[in-house]
Design a protein around this ligand. Structure first.
Ligand code: AMP
Length: 298
């Protein structure tokens, strides 16, 4: 079966109302892989620089993640710095240093090519297309960001026509479709390609549109959010990891996958960097999944 993820592996410096954490392990593909590895075999494709600590590589390996596709290139690792407001839902990016990520040319090892499930993290759409040329997946999900919507729209539309599922937020739906109404925006995106759209709504949870069906999942209400960085990527990891584990994309599986995404995303917010998500056990997942069931039952 297997699940391949292509995206950023980073060193993040993050300031939140709870404190500051410098040069912590981050990156969209990292959060995704750590979450998804709780469910299935994950193949991580990305690039790090010479300064990337070996202990981070060891951590990924210890979690059973296949890192054959994690290239170590000459130069420095991608670095991202962000600061959250007192309203933790709002953050400013203070600095982005692409470093080795600027010249990233994904090369998928054989196992990554063969994986039945593929997640294209938030990278240049022409690189996402290149990954699609190399891989032979049966189900592809995608993440993107405003930058690509605004600067590389043609390539992005080409990618959208080839994928099955898009994980996206409200603002990106607006940028992509010009629609402020979420339902109309989603329908427009469905016409561009993906039948399955998961609009993330931060602390308000997530919706799931599958053709003409709609499912709504809450986020886990938390008193202490220490650092939400990577919550969206972790969500995608739990969502895709569960789908790959069940080897199904029927509607019931997709709904449970959204809850699993929400479960792991909630754990990510409990500590800085990957400190909590890296320690999540099957027991943790089961307990919080049940809490979600209770939360939504009426
Ligand atoms: P999230 O909080 O889910 O939006 O994910 C934040 C993660 O994405 C951080 O660990 C960053 O290292 C990473 N990141 C931030 N900006 C970019 C970018 N332009 N391209 C790829 N990854 C990024």
């Amino acid at each position: 079966m297997g699940l391949t993820v292509v995206g950023s592996v980073a060193l993040d410096t993050v300031e939140t109302p709870a404190g500051k954490n410098a040069d912590g392990l981050g990156g969209a593909a990292t959060f995704f892989a750590l979450a998804a590895s709780r469910y299935t075999q994950v193949h991580l494709v990305g690039v790090v620089g010479e300064d990337f600590p070996q202990e981070h590589i060891d951590l990924l390996s210890t979690k059973g993640i296949d890192i054959e596709g994690l290239e170590r290139a000459e130069g420095k690792t991608f670095r991202w710095t962000g600061r959250y407001h007192d309203d933790i839902n709002v953050r400013d990016t203070l600095d982005t240093q692409l470093n080795v990520f600027e010249h990233f040319q994904p090369e998928l090892p054989e196992a990554a090519k063969k994986a039945k499930y593929l997640f294209l993290g938030n990278i240049h759409p022409s690189l996402q297309l290149e990954v699609l040329r190399q891989a032979r997946p049966e189900f592809v999900a995608l993440d993107t960001m405003n930058l690509w919507i605004n600067t590389t729209r043609k390539e992005l539309e080409e990618v959208l026509a080839k994928i099955d599922c898009l994980i996206i937020n409200d603002e990106e739906i607006f940028e992509l479709t010009g629609e402020r109404n979420l339902v109309r925006g989603v329908h427009k995106i469905q016409q561009m390609g993906p039948a399955i759209i998961a609009p993330k709504k931060g602390e308000h949870g997530c919706l799931l549109f599958v053709k003409n069906k709609i499912f709504s999942a809450p986020a886990f209400p938390m008193a202490d959010v220490i650092d939400p960085t990577g919550a969206g990527d972790t969500f995608a990891g739990g969502f895709m990891g569960y789908i790959a584990q069940q080897d199904s994309v029927d509607y019931d599986t997709l709904k449970r996958a959204v809850i699993h995404g929400s479960v792991v995303a909630s754990y990510t917010c409990e500590e800085f960097s990957v400190d909590r998500i890296a320690l999540v056990t099957q027991d943790d997942i089961d307990t919080r999944f049940e809490a979600f069931v209770e939360l939504s039952r009426f």
